[in-house]
Design a protein around this ligand. Structure first.
Ligand code: ADP
Ligand code: MN
Length: 251
């Protein structure tokens, strides 16, 4: 009918406008048609106003600055439907009671992965871990709080001089413990997935975080502790992987 045709036309125009935006021209397939539709839905629902420039382009996802419906800053993470490593992604979903009976195909895995990151952010936040606040999820697109400001996104811990390594270590140690208490293991924790803005440490990239039910959760926790302790020890903190593991498990 007429309204449906009108809506189709509006969507086509929206997609064209987004496609013509400079920052998307060079993009190689993070944005299939269904991704444009997901962004459009987020706009209609008031979660997004406009897409901004890329903060990061990665193997699995791109992260963009964006504005929400009211003009506030947000970050938008767009997972590639054509993720090259979806078999690995599927392994991370295994044993997770939240994703039982998942279809094994690429699209289903990437969509579950996106929802998993959203729900992991919620769970981490509830557990008292400083993460970007999750705002909305639609298909392979996740909208969250932007850490930093427009044009001045937070830096990774790996890219800054840590002012007080001992204190920073103790903060991250507490985050790992709280996550574990809430039944989650980050699984890719290191100086590359902690950002810092105005002295505040924020854990990001929780898509691969697994519940303690996952067959590899113990190994992943051990690796997280090793990465974190070794990094802070190099910065001069009194940090040791085994002590950290014990602290996380037994406090
Ligand atoms: P991946 O490492 O899988 O590509 P991340 O979630 O780690 O994805 O995001 C990639 C980069 O984007 C991060 O290293 C960080 O610099 C930036 N980033 C991600 N989320 C945010 C956010 N909410 N606020 C500010 N910067 C972010
Ligand atoms: Mn990352």
């Amino acid at each position: 009918d007429r309204i449906a045709r009108e809506q189709d036309r509006e969507f086509a125009e929206f997609r064209k406008r987004l496609k013509d935006t400079e920052q998307f021209k060079l993009d190689d397939g993070a944005f299939d048609d269904a991704t444009y539709a997901a962004i459009y839905k987020l706009v209609q629902d008031g979660h997004l106003g406009a897409m901004g420039g890329p903060i990061s382009t990665g193997k699995e996802a791109n992260v963009y600055e964006a504005l929400d419906g009211e003009g506030g800053d947000v970050a938008t993470k767009v997972y590639r439907i054509n993720a090259s490593n979806f078999k690995q992604m599927r392994d991370y979903l295994e044993g997770d009671p939240r994703f039982e009976g998942l279809r094994g195909d690429k699209k289903a895995v990437v969509l579950s992965w996106t929802r998993k990151e959203f729900s992991n952010l919620q769970r981490a936040k509830t557990a008292g871990v400083r993460v970007p606040e999750p705002l909305a999820v639609q298909r392979n697109v996740l909208v969250m709080e932007l850490i930093g400001r427009e044009g001045d996104a937070a830096s990774k811990l790996s890219d800054v001089t840590v002012e007080n390594p001992q204190m920073a270590y103790e903060v991250v140690r507490e985050y790992v413990r709280r996550l574990y208490d809430a039944g989650l293991v980050h699984g890719d924790l290191s100086e590359y997935n902690v950002v810092v803005y105005e002295g505040e440490l924020v854990v990001i990239d929780v898509g691969q975080a697994v519940t303690v039910h996952h067959p590899s959760s113990a190994d992943l926790l051990e690796r997280d502790c090793r990465n974190v302790a070794n990094f802070f020890a190099r910065q001069g903190a009194d940090a040791d992987p085994d002590d950290l593991l014990t602290y996380v498990r037994e406090h």
